[in-house]
Design a protein around this ligand. Structure first.
Ligand code: AMP
Length: 189
């Protein structure tokens, strides 16, 4: 089963993504990690993407989609895929839709973790890092929301969006996610 996983900074996405990967035995497709690998390996794609990552900007859609295209083509058919940090734009969401259709690997769900802004600010402030000042945190959050809002709408229109309340213990939140993917998996067959 193919799942897109979306969560703002501080929503516990890393932990929940790991739990879901183990539960689904899916392949982890993180565009951030894949882009960093391309950069380290000094590939053409890596060289083109490098500047964007170091400036904190999104890499161009065509580069990200090229990486994803190879991964979907090479992915084992017996395992699902969990997309993490992707898609970040409508063009990427459309590109993914086409690639999944070409490879007969339909998307079962786009799962969004939701946490009220004040709760995120409180959680990240508790970490006490220099870049975790309240104003900086709110800016990062707004940037995330501005960028992902259209992608959420894309999946909402296709009735694939599931918003999961990410306030609670790790187990409580994961139980909600598991119930959601179980229901979506049954529907997808
Ligand atoms: P991440 O590890 O997901 O936080 O991504 C780290 C950096 O990689 C981001 O700041 C972007 O520069 C780039 N990146 C990761 N995923 C994408 C994507 N789907 N589209 C464009 N750029 C991306």
């Amino acid at each position: 089963m193919q799942v897109v996983f979306i969560g703002p900074p501080g929503a516990g996405k890393g932990t929940q993504c790991q739990l879901l990967l183990e539960y689904l035995r899916a392949e982890h497709i993180s565009t951030g990690a894949l882009l960093r690998e391309e950069i380290e390996a000094r590939t053409d794609v890596g060289k083109q993407a490098e500047g964007y990552l170091s400036d904190g900007h999104l890499a161009p859609d065509h580069l990200v989609l090229e990486i994803i295209r190879h991964h979907i083509r090479d992915a084992g058919k017996d395992r699902g895929m969990l997309f993490d940090g992707f898609p970040r734009t409508i063009a990427q969401a459309e590109g993914l839709e086409d690639l999944l259709r070409e490879n007969a690997r339909p998307l079962a769900a786009a799962i969004e973790l939701t946490v009220p802004e004040d709760e995120i600010v409180r959680r990240l402030s508790d970490r006490g890092r220099e870049d975790d000042k309240e104003e900086v945190i709110r800016n990062r959050l707004h940037t995330f929301r501005d960028q992902t809002a259209p992608v959420l709408g894309f999946y909402r229109d296709r009735k694939l969006l599931h918003s999961i309340d990410a306030v609670g213990t790790t187990d409580e939140v994961f139980n909600r996610i598991r119930a959601c993917v179980d229901a979506c998996g049954q529907k997808a067959g």
